[in-house]
Design a protein around this ligand. Structure first.
Ligand code: C5P
Length: 399
């Protein structure tokens, strides 16, 4: 829970401003010192007095004149905030944040602050979907700020779409889960994480592989290590820096990956299988580079099945061990992932749609649905792989 923090709440001009009054109440109730900053447009929807009454602090807007002229108020606020929340965030403020524009009190504080910043966009669905807004959101994410996706529903324009500001309770939960570290949650646990994509050799110079970068698995390893676990990454063909305190075991093929995991699992508390394993490998691996014939138009490579590592591990696990699988899908995400959790007898499957732009393979962001063995599901917004990994560690901590 976000509590005892200096929270700066930046309110920009959307009809959703009224919801931010309740957000202030929730933050105050949890003992936070809340300072509200309003853009001029926001003050047209709700009077600053309403926010002043609830926050018990003076509202800062563009007409603000400091009682003490020696204070540079926007810098003072930017420096002293523990957390900055922008809710509702209009397309205009997103464009300013993405481009470093500082032309009013709100945007100046946002440019100056080094505090973790949480942005809650709310606007017309067409404005939200506009490529310029999506580009700005992507830039803001890459710059490290947190973004909560808007809800879909009835908009003030009289039609339904994606752009509604989520309810204040949801915003408080989201900020809380992002800032609360998973400290010591997995203390004393030994966890194996697989990452990367296997390579199945055809001959000494060629192989079959996939687009996995290993980023998701490395993020999980970091999150688990940050939560106090002893972590080993069995890494298939990755070139990422090893997270601090994590042991790395490099492998290449599915069979090598299977051997390393199978020998280590009996001494582990759990496995997170984030590697993309080739289902098949060339049946015969040539010991020399295969040459094409002058008149050759086609070529056939016979493939044989690789072991289903996670299935074998889960089938033989002890009741005090857990196994988490991943499912990268391009269609019928939840349906396919549900089949996998059942057939592979997993405790949890992290399903992600890899067909979307800006998420999945090689990207720093992802959007996943956690599917539990009892069938219930939890869908994340598009967020950084590290944030998703932290959420996964929270779930594992409750196993
Ligand atoms: O490839 P598929 O979508 O079935 O992958 C689902 C899960 O199974 C993933 O966690 C993946 O790492 C694992 N898997 C495996 N061995 C295979 C294929 C997939 O452990 N041969």
């Amino acid at each position: 829970m976000i509590t005892n923090k200096k929270v700066t709440l930046i309110v920009t001009g959307s009809v959703a401003v009224y919801k931010s009054l309740h957000l202030v109440r929730l933050l105050k109730k949890a003992n936070n010192d809340v300072r509200v900053v309003m853009t001029e447009a926001a003050t047209k929807f709700v009077q600053p007095l309403a926010f002043e009454t609830l926050s018990k602090n003076r509202v800062l807007d563009d007409s603000f004149e400091p009682e003490n002229p020696s204070e540079v108020k926007h810098i003072d606020i930017a420096d002293s905030s523990d957390v900055v929340i922008v809710a509702p965030a209009t397309a205009d403020i997103l464009a300013k944040i993405a481009n470093g524009i500082a032309d009013n009190m709100a945007s100046t504080i946002l440019l100056a602050t080094t505090a973790p910043t949480f942005i809650v966009p709310a606007m017309n669905s067409h404005m939200y979907d506009n490529p310029a807004t999506q580009r700005n959101l992507q830039t803001i994410r890459e710059d490290g700020d947190h973004i909560l996706e808007p809800d879909t529903g009835f908009l003030a324009e009289g039609y339904s779409g994606k752009g509604r500001m989520p309810e204040p309770e949801k915003i408080v939960d989201w900020v809380s889960s992002e800032i609360e570290p998973n400290d010591q949650l997995l203390l004393g646990k030994k966890i194996i994480v697989s990452a990367g994509g296997t390579r199945e050799p055809i001959d000494p110079v060629r192989y079959i592989t996939n687009h996995s970068s290993g980023k998701m698995g490395f993020a999980v390893a970091k999150a688990a290590a940050d939560a106090g676990a002893e972590v080993t990454i069995v890494a298939a063909n990755t070139s990422l820096p090893t997270p601090a305190g994590v042991k790395i075991v490099p492998v290449s093929t599915a069979v090598e990956l299977a051997d390393e995991i199978t020998s280590r699992f009996p001494n582990a508390d759990g496995l997170v299988m984030a590697a993309a394993v080739a289902d098949f490998r060339p049946k015969n691996v040539a010991d020399h580079k295969i040459k094409k014939q002058a008149d050759q138009d086609t070529m056939t490579i016979e493939l044989e099945k690789n072991p289903d590592i996670v299935k074998q591990i889960a089938a033989n696990k002890r009741s005090d061990q857990f196994v988490v699988g991943f499912a990268a899908e391009t269609n019928d995400l939840v349906e396919n992932a549900q089949k996998k959790i059942a057939s592979k007898k997993l405790d949890l499957i992290v399903a992600n749609d890899v067909s979307g732009k800006g998420v999945g393979f090689n990207s720093d962001n992802n959007q996943v649905t956690f599917i539990f063995a009892d069938g219930h599901q939890q869908k994340t917004p598009v967020e950084s792989k590290q944030t998703i990994a932290n959420e996964l560690v929270k779930i594992i901590g409750e196993f």
